[in-house]
Design a protein around this ligand. Sequence first.
Ligand code: HEM
Length: 406
Amino acid sequence: MNATPFTPHDAGHVADPDDALEAARRECPVTQVSDVLFVVTSDTDVRAVFQDTVAFSNRGNFTIGHEDRNHAFPGLTNLDPPVHTELRSRLLRNMAPKKLRSLGPRVAQVIARALDGLPPSGEVDLLKDYISHVPSAVTYSMIGLPEEYWSEVEVLADALVEAVPAPETSMPEYDRLMELMGQVVRDRREHPQHRRDDVLDNLCFAAPGEREMDDLEVVMHLRQLFAAATDTTRALIANCVYRLLEHGDWARVVADRSLLKNAIEESLRFDSPAQFMTRSVVRDTVIGECPVPAGHKAYLSIQSANHDEAAWGSTARQFDIARQVAVQHIAFGRGIHSCLGAPLARMEAYMAIDSLMDHYPRMTAGRRATWEKCEGLLLRRPKEVWARLVEEIPAVTGSDSGQVAE
Ligand code: HEM
């Protein structure tokens, strides 16, 4: 391997980062790649920065240049304490792990509907025809978005995620999404008889002692939830299905479903759906052994930390569904900003893949299957997940046997 150390400014590195990240870990685990940006690649250093809320701020998260995100109201992931603490506690009313798990029956309904759309056999792009329908519908249900908005909101929100790190506020999709969400918020506030136990309600109506938010602020927080919850979870399901098929592990997990939970953790480690987070340096500090002055930014490579040989051993860059400690990955971040939706993402992935295995136990990778990373700096998933669906033949006995052909 003869790669140059990773920089997010190199399109080739972004499309296929693993050799460049390995070179960075080996040669210079904290590398200054522009006048403002340091790339941090080791497991130890990425974890340390995630935990340090004194030297680092979440302002400017996801940006890699001088700019901060130019939003009227920063979302949860761009806030620092004490405002962050207050908003996170409020969202926990809907998003505590137990509350998220109670969405199980809804997730099952969404999956059943998505499965109905698949043919009994033949080659399909599972990402387009199955996986992509699940997290969006689950997220919109959790938020309380009326169903008539779902299809348009999905197209707009997807366009924005794919554009990261471009300034989304200059995109027409952004303006339209804000307009639609504004209607949804006004409608809920004007019709309190439609109140339900969902995120929309929580943000529209302050509980005693909580701060009232105006319409725009509610819209901004909802917008961030779409971005955080939808394409990341699609990426997890797509990555996991792709790797199980690629490595011939599908049949093994079909036969022993107790392997699925760990396979999902290994997928999160091996193909981290959110490739990085950014922190703004607010006081002079040191990362590893590298001085990093205030006014700079740190690009925390989650993908690299999850492949770090110092943490994961010599097999770090191999996909192994039986890996003992896979769950110790940092795909959901660490510290005060760690992912609020992790229990939901894990549940959706488990249920979506488990149901697919029930319906298509003999599924194999499609002839067109190839790993090509999706557009955009933030997400890691294949552009398509081609699979060959094979209809399960019902068991037959007695005089019927032998009459059923594939
Ligand atoms: C596989 C799917 C997912 C991945 C890989 C993922 C990853 C992450 C990561 C790395 C962070 C840390 C952000 C930081 O440190 O700045 C985060 C935060 C967050 N995630 Fe997720 N996420 C996923 C799914 C979800 C879902 C399903 C939801 C909502 C239902 C969600 C909601 C959030 C929220 C609200 C935050 C901000 C937390 C805070 O700043 O306090 N995520 N996520």
